[in-house]
Design a protein around this ligand. Sequence first.
Ligand code: SIN
Length: 489
Amino acid sequence: MPLTFTRTDLVRSANFIAGQWTPGPGATLAVTDPATGAVIAHVPDSGAPEALAALDAAHAAFPAWKKVPAKQRAQIIKRWNDLVLAHQDDLGRLISREQGKPLAEGKGEVAYAASYIEWFAEEATRMNGEVIPAPVPGRRMFALKEPVGVVAAITPWNFPAAMIARKIAPALAAGCTVVCKPAEDTPLTSLALVLLAHEAGVPAGVLNIVTASREKTPEVVDLWLDDARVRKITFTGSTPVGKHLARRSADTLKKLSLELGGNAPFIVFEDADVDAAVDGFMAAKFRNGGQTCVCPNRVFVHDRVHDEFASKLSARVAALKVGPASDLASQIGPMINDRAVEKIARHVQDAVARGAKVLTGGQRLPGLGPTYYAPTVLVGADASMACSCEETFGPVAPLTRFATEAEVIAAANDTPFGLAAYFYSNDVRRIWRVADALETGIVGINEGVIAAEAAPFGGVKESGYGREGSTHGLDDYLHTKYLCQGQLD
Ligand code: SIN
């Protein structure tokens, strides 16, 4: 059975607060394998007392961690990266076990997570300030970078390793301390990563994590939102929750990084290489079974290449192997839970009721289990359908025909969201025109795989603000302090 662990102590069932594994309130939360519904482990169902203990620890640890020289912080973070990579197989299995993604993707996610940890270990030593030419004699002026303070990281279930890595690594690199609440569906990977960070030498209190159920999460998070000692919130998840975090943290004016919902358009122009567009779409859409904020949600295909694209895409999608991560041949795993499958089924039913046609898929796969949905291609989608207005977050590709560039740009931007967009074209003038016109934080041009540790990841409009990865991803954990020294003549 490929989902067993060589290092079984990576699977933790306690909170980590002030350098200790602490059992929590007594109540527990069952973590299940989405492929089978089997319980894998229990973790604490924490509430306000645990959230407060974690925050007290992070607050107490901040002054000393902030003063640790950047090079030493970098060495610790680098050791964390090395340990994560050394445990890639076990961590990959853990991700696949609690999240459901195929094993190759689980292991790939570990490498992806490590790439952020390594990047921010290196960035820690480059937090340069500025020497500013003084406008008057006898003065020296400086801009220094300082860590913002305690950071609360609230992480999602779709990339349980990568999202925690790209929030916690920059926080630690900047000299911030952290309280973290991982997603209720996938807490085990986060706990394992925290264990490895501790083994790498992250001091007690610098990194604290508490787990909680969906019902208890507001108690944990609201305590952090209301406490002025938390100076920054970093969150990946839904737009309604992001808005709640922004509203509730306003009283203490916390810094915020919000990576929220998307509704990415994928546009295939008439001058595109259709085969390359199909390849790019398969990579962008079906990674993690379509449970990705940046995956294409709406597919616009020019009249002239529509039928060719639709038939080539359907053939590829129909050939995808759906199954549990324990079957090494699986390319699409189960969805995270029943609610996720219900939403996908509702979107497909709504599209069909409004006139869309199913080319492949379009149904649940009860033979595999209640959390499976067949990879689906629809044609004849339009803006009235739920799948065009809401993020489906599943393996469904609704295709819409278009005739002109102006029409498709207007349609692509006709959404409150603005995370990612993709388009395929071989006309260099059009490429720059369309890239400028798309209202998103990320644009893939003739490319479906756009995420990388060196790139600034984040959205505009109701997809949030702040950037993760790149030098900007470190800046989000820093503030600028201006020093002016006079009387120097
Ligand atoms: C996300 O879905 O939130 C992140 C996806 C990525 O890093 O590519």
